[in-house]
Design a protein around this ligand. Structure first.
Ligand SMILES: C[S@@+](CC[C@H](N)C(=O)[O-])C[C@H]1O[C@@H](n2cnc3c(N)ncnc32)[C@H](O)[C@@H]1O
Length: 185
């Protein structure tokens, strides 16, 4: 770890199964050429490489607090000569630097694979920085209090069944405002 507090750990490392890649990026994420892909807690960032190579995103950004993983990703970026398309930050997604905030504001699709507690902790960051047209796909765990758009289950030999949940920021914010106005009345 890069000297970060244990309180800031959103999830231990575990890779997303390959069988779910298309569900995350295409079926739910609707990733389009020229868009910006962002992963919070990026791990080995395999989805970032697929985002640029298969879905032709303009850029893929990852934020990861484990220095060893970040160095692995940096090595792969260099080996595949993708420095202009992929960038991985060593840092804490809960305490974004000004550069990370800028990317969060631009991101079209954000993917998170965290624990339920991690989702709770990262929720204010997503709400504060993501634009209205941004989509968020979460692996397995709900974002408490958020209105979801779609859920898709993936079955595969390497893992039993897992759900992926799509949120659209515009709908999330509209529903929050609606709930608030009901409470006030
Ligand atoms: C369950 S893994 C998911 C890895 C990758 N996103 C994937 O799907 O293959 C969660 C990752 O989040 C990272 N992480 C945990 N807390 C973090 C934080 N506060 N900021 C950035 N990364 C964090 C962990 O080091 C780990 O690599």
């Amino acid at each position: 770890m890069s000297g970060k507090s244990l309180d800031d750990i959103l999830a231990p490392f575990e890779p997303t199964p390959k069988e779910a890649y298309n569900t995350i990026l295409e079926d739910l994420g609707e990733l389009k050429p020229g868009e910006i892909y962002l992963e919070l807690g990026a791990g080995t960032f395999d989805l970032g490489f697929i985002a640029v190579k298969k879905y032709h995103t303009a850029k893929a950004f990852g934020i990861e607090m484990d220095e060893k993983l970040v160095n692995e990703v940096k090595g792969r970026i260099k080996k595949e000569v993708l420095e202009n398309r992929i960038k991985i930050f060593l840092g804490n997604a809960l305490k974004p630097t000004p550069e990370m905030k800028k990317i969060m504001r631009k991101a079209d699709l954000v993917y998170i694979f965290l624990t339920p507690g991690g989702n709770l902790m990262v929720e204010p960051v997503l709400k504060e920085y993501l634009k209205d047209v941004a989509r968020v796909v979460s692996y397995n765990d709900w974002i408490d209090g958020w209105y979801y758009s779609r859920v898709k289950d993936v079955y595969a030999p390497s893992f039993f069944r897992h759900s992926f949940i799509l949120y659209r920021m515009k709908e999330v914010r509209e529903e929050m405002r609606r709930q608030k106005s009901i409470k006030i009345r």
